[in-house]
Design a protein around this ligand. Structure first.
Ligand SMILES: NC(=O)c1ccc[n+]([C@@H]2O[C@H](COP(=O)([O-])OP(=O)(O)OC[C@H]3O[C@@H](n4cnc5c(N)ncnc54)[C@H](OP(=O)(O)O)[C@@H]3O)[C@@H](O)[C@H]2O)c1
Length: 256
């Protein structure tokens, strides 16, 4: 039995990359899709492709950095479709530069999009999921949400916050029918590196959007709190923390 058949799935950041691929894969699973992002043309392209796969699709143009726009999105979703069965907080962006070079506007915007938007949507939908005693939430964080990287201070802070939010809520959901999951990709081949400011060598991308999309469905299906893409990045994070200050020295040396 397909676990995602006829499920109402809300995906943020569905106009590109991981969110777009996740939407198409959920379409193949027979889910009903609610897709949100800022760029309406790209969002419509994802929706058209998902419709060709026989999915019912609805799009919502929304700048998730704007609290009022998020309230509007929540209201539109609830009024026209009800509470999603599955919420995927995927929208996000990052810059790679010294913290002193980061604009304060981006420090705030990154926290709004990468962390507060996820917290806001969870806060809006979770009470009803709990009443129904069913539902799943996936937060797409990052390997940089477990190991702080140089030149990504703002980004890492938002992704650490998202991991902590997920882990804390997971305790609260214990013994309920609602699950929450954190998917942490490493460098993945998407528009991510063009969307933000990137001052430095681009990392080698070891994963594709399809790998992350699969990890998202797998996390729900197998009820995994943390998933890493590729999986060995999870082991690397554990080893890094076991090494303590030595791990940070290695990272610093690698950065030079
Ligand atoms: N690619 C990687 O190497 C990598 C690694 C680790 C984690 N991640 C995480 O994976 C998630 C997806 O990123 P991606 O790699 O797929 O990058 P991407 O191709 O740049 O896609 C990012 C998505 O987020 C949306 N978004 C950005 N700002 C938004 C805003 N203010 N309001 C609404 N939507 C917004 C974009 O849509 P619009 O521009 O249309 O709004 C787009 O759909 C992000 O959370 C990212 O941090 C990516």
């Amino acid at each position: 039995m397909n676990p995602f058949l006829n499920k109402l799935v809300l995906i943020t950041g569905a106009s590109a990359g991981i969110g777009r691929q996740t939407a198409l894969d959920f379409a193949d699973e027979g889910a009903k899709l609610l897709l949100a992002a800022r760029r309406s043309r790209e969002l419509a392209e994802t929706a058209d492709e998902a419709s060709l796969r026989n999915a019912q699709v609805f799009t919502f143009q929304c700048d998730l950095s704007d609290r009022t726009a998020r309230d509007r999105l929540i209201e539109q979703v609830i009024t026209s479709h009800g509470i999603p069965d599955i919420l995927i907080n995927n929208a996000g962006f990052g810059n790679y530069q010294l913290f002193t070079e980061e604009s304060i506007a981006d420090v705030y915007r990154m926290m709004e999009v990468n962390y507060l938007a996820a917290a806001h949507l969870i806060h809006a939908f979770l009470p009803e999921m709990l009443k129904r005693n069913s539902g799943s939430i996936v937060n797409v964080s990052s390997g940089a949400g477990k190991v702080a990287m140089p030149n990504m201070a703002s980004y890492c802070a938002t992704k650490f916050a998202l991991c902590a939010l997920t882990e804390s809520i997971a305790y609260e959901l214990h013994k309920t029918g609602v699950t929450i999951h954190c998917v942490n990709p490493g460098p993945t081949e998407t528009e991510f590196f063009q969307a933000g400011i990137w001052k430095g060598t681009l990392p080698r991308r070891k994963a594709g959007a399809a790998d992350v999309s699969l990890a998202i469905r797998d996390a729900i299906f197998k009820d995994k709190l943390y998933s890493y893409v590729p999986p060995k990045r999870g082991l690397m994070a554990v080893v890094f923390h076991l090494l303590g200050p030595y791990g940070r020295k290695v990272l610093q040396r690698k950065e030079k």
